[in-house]
Design a protein around this ligand. Sequence first.
Ligand code: PLP
Length: 383
Amino acid sequence: MPERTIYLDHAATTALDARVLDAMLPFFTTEYGNASSIYTLGRHAMQAIDSAREQVAEILGCRPTEIAFTGCGSESDNLAIKGMAFASQKKGNHIITTPIEHHAVLHTCQYLERFGFKTTYLPVDTYGCVNPDDVGRAITDQTILVSIMYANNEVGTIEPVAEIGRICRAKKIPFHIDAVQAGGALPLDVAALNADLLSLSAHKFYGPKGVGILYVRQGMRLLPQLQGGSQERGRRAGTENVAGIVGAATALRLAYEDLPQTLPRIIALRDRLVNGLSNIPGSHLTGHPTERLPNNASFCFENVEGESILLNLDLLSIAASTGSACTSGSVDPSHVLIAMGLPVELAHGSLRLTLGKGNTDEDVDAILKVVPGIIAKLRGLHG
Ligand code: PLP
């Protein structure tokens, strides 16, 4: 049995950084005050949240008051999209997005359609790229929001969000970026990105699960989606998760401090994975060849099922992912790969490997050693 799991699913989640845990621990034990309480213990909690908000604002290049903490990336997306839609009903009912978004965006748009909102899903090319000109062409006098992801969670393609933001800004249409996969890896300067709303999730950058961040540009009016207290400047009711918020901010700060060391290493590992797996007959790199997340190596293999590859890797203590999803007994191919125009058969054979700072050259060696054999074996079984 291999001694440890080779974890290659950092797009799904990451391990908590030990330094982040250290920063969080006091807020579970001695500093347990409610940030709304006026006595010292409560004030300490509020100071910790204020300081976390400042750290996040510094990385995003915005005012601390423009940062709201939420319960996850999905909640940030929901608050941005529903909050903006319901607050803008008098202006219009049209939302523009893409078919390759995370379900936190797609299902939110579908939910809004029940209330009379209409969604335009812009096409993407075979790399999963949106054409910014299509955004400009799709905007109507009813458009109230454009929501496009910074980088795709399955294939890693980086979208031209700054250019899309420029077009939206010129037409005075609010622009939301789902930056959940970009957090800790790509620049997050909201001014350079022309973002009005931007979502992040702490567990994607070595922070705790259950903490989201939403940047809300000053002047954007959102209808809150949770009723109750007036926490987060009335944008999100509920006693603040102080330890989680401290963890999210610490993790984000450390991720960008560490980036000069971690980035070149991860890119080199990814390039080895991409080059090695490209040699397997019938393999296709998915996503953009260069405009892709530094840690993402995603492929489709002809005549195999992604789940079968995963199960075989799991037997070797290797954790990876496929775009296909098991729903009610049958396996649906990834909506992302289908929107990119991949044939359904090929989309069934998807494998996503996403690296993190703990991965080593030996991990890549192990993958390159076992994957060709697994695929050959599965194709043999397939006939
Ligand atoms: N958006 C994208 C692009 C994601 O990849 C994810 C999670 O995988 C989410 C949103 C949802 O984030 P969370 O798991 O924190 O709800």
